[in-house]
Design a protein around this ligand. Structure first.
Ligand code: FAD
Ligand code: FES
Ligand code: FES
Length: 487
């Protein structure tokens, strides 16, 4: 049965946001910019999902988001405090209540209890949901992968060893799955409730029914506030957005995906960090990509954080901004307020030209990023990304840097170096890049490159380090690029 809620912000029936919440289908006319956490707790009265930081850091509010991707049902963990209600459209949202069994503890809860992995219990629903997410995905059933599934969850009182043991027990249980679809396996083995085995069919029916109507996403084009994964916006502007409808870009098929066409790699602006991490194309082009991605936030944030969101947020330390600056990525921008069909609303802009000053962009608010592309690196091209932060994981950079180099024999044909945390904008280091062109690698040339980089930066002292420290750190990161690429 579909439950329709009190519609304070009801617009029209077609624009109701519909999804499956645990076992039941829901439809709501509440603002698409409201965060899912508030919908779950205050409109659904499901209080198991906890509120900790409301900034994506603690994982107390973790939910699972299930969707059919390439005919497969996939679940990802996300922090509901930063997830727009509109982005739940057509999905299966799983809260802690949705994985409870009627009478006894489920297998994840049992493992947590028996390993002594909970004390005050505040963080526990988040850990249990993340581990249930591990059971619902098709990653190899190792303790390491189970532990990685809880890398966005923080516990302030139990300590992590017992939680790691509980994760190890879940990995053992999942080893019996073989090739069975995870949602079918976990319900057959009673690891999670039996309704999971029907979800794929129910989601497909929901999607088919929605296709027959005006998609919410088209109706949302008139809204000025673009929200991708929401991981920047809701941290900074929650109160401004939570009561309004938003422009939904997260799930539009034409804004997602990663592909190759002619000599270009094309990345959908709404591709997430995790989409890149799992893309065979990206892994072939950048064999170290997994290492880079693990330096960025946590699993739930990587499942939400989009590449365009990273660019447009214009943080001087955005990791993927630095990555794509080195590659000389190009943005296709579309002013959706213009109705022209002759292409006038569309222009291409180099990412290196986007930043005009601190959080100032060469972009109108109406323009949305519709495509990101860069030239496919040739077989003589090399790439490296480095990041130093106060903590290795789950921290933003003090300084980060990326380099892309093309060699001709032992001479550098072209180079692009980018650096973050050393100025008011994410910087493409033009002089440092030029210093390398036509040169052979030597200590002298590396030193000259660092000197050139220092002449282009203007770091400030802040919580992430003093300005002199950041200057020296950039020099070390440039050296690290050469040590890794030319060992
Ligand atoms: C706990 C936590 C840890 C984090 N760690 C890191 C980290 O290690 N490294 C890092 O770089 N960042 C980090 N971030 C920041 C953030 O996750 C990234 O910047 C992310 O890529 C933002 O993407 P988003 O889709 O969530 O952006 P949103 O918050 O949805 O949007 C950000 C901006 O982009 C605009 N936008 C989004 N899509 C489009 C589009 N298609 N066209 C035009 N404008 C658009 C929005 O209007 C908004 O102005 C972290 C955030 C959190 C909460
Ligand atoms: S409340 Fe802390 S991550 Fe959402
Ligand atoms: S059990 Fe208390 S915060 Fe984890």
């Amino acid at each position: 049965m579909v439950q329709i809620f009190k519609l304070e912000h009801y617009h029209k029936l077609n624009n109701l946001i519909r999804f499956i919440l645990n076992e039941k289908e829901v439809a709501t006319g509440l603002p698409s910019g409201m965060v899912l956490l508030d919908f779950i707790r205050y409109h659904q009265h499901l209080m198991g999902t906890k509120i900790g930081c409301r900034e994506g850091d603690c994982g107390a509010c973790t939910v699972l988001v299930g969707d059919i991707i390439n005919s497969e049902l996939k679940y990802q963990s996300m922090t509901s405090c930063l997830l727009a209600l509109g982005n739940a459209q057509g999905k299966h949202i799983v809260t802690i209540e949705g994985i409870n069994n009627d009478k006894e503890l489920n297998a994840v809860q049992q493992a947590m209890a028996e390993e002594g992995a909970t004390q005050c219990g505040f963080c526990t629903p988040g850990f249990v949901v993340s581990l249930a997410g591990f059971c619902l995905n098709d990653k190899e059933a190792t303790q390491q992968n189970a532990i990685a599934a809880v890398d966005g969850n923080i516990c302030r009182c139990t300590g992590y060893k017992s939680i790691e043991r509980a994760a190890g027990r879940m990995a053992m249980l999942m080893r019996e799955r073989n090739d069975e679809e995870p949602s079918v396996f976990v319900s057959r083995k009673k690891i999670l409730p039996s309704y999971f085995s029907d979800i794929k069919k129910r989601l497909q029916q929901l999607k088919n029914a929605e296709k027959a109507k005006t998609p919410d996403v088209l109706a949302s084009l008139s809204q000025p506030q673009i929200v991708g994964g929401g991981t920047d916006l809701y941290v900074q502007k929650h109160d401004e957005i939570a009561h309004a409808d938003i422009r939904l870009v997260f799930d539009q098929p034409n804004l997602n995906g990663i592909g190759k066409r002619e000599n270009k790699c094309i990345v959908g602006p709404s591709a997430t960090v995790n989409d890149l991490k799992e893309s065979p194309i990206i892994n072939e082009l950048f064999p170290q990509f997994d290492r880079y991605a693990k330096l960025v936030s946590s699993t739930p944030i990587r499942n939400m954080a989009t590449i365009a969101g990273n660019f447009i947020n214009a943080s001087p330390i955005g990791d993927f901004t630095i990555f794509f600056l080195a590659l000389d990525a190009q943005l296709v921008l579309n002013d959706v307020s213009k109705t022209s069909s002759n292409g006038e609303s569309v222009r291409t802009l180099a990412l290196r030209k986007l930043y005009k000053g601190y959080k100032q962009l060469d972009k109108k608010p109406e323009e949305q990023v519709e495509q990101i592309w860069f030239e496919l690196p040739g077989k003589n091209s090399l790439f490296n990304f480095e990041k130093v932060s106060k903590r290795t994981n789950l921290d933003i950079a003090s300084v980060n840097s990326a380099i892309s180099i093309t060699m001709k024999g032992d001479v550098i044909e072209s180079a692009g170096i980018a650096a973050g945390g050393v100025g008011p904008i994410p910087l493409y280091l033009q002089k440092a890049s030029e210093a390398l062109k036509g040169k052979k690698i030597s200590e002298k040339i590396i030193h000259e490159t660092i000197e050139a980089a220092w002449s282009e930066i203007s770091p400030i002292s802040d919580v992430r380090g003093g300005k002199e420290y950041k200057r020296l750190l950039l020099g070390q990161l440039i050296k690290a690029h050469f040590m890794i690429l030319f060992p």
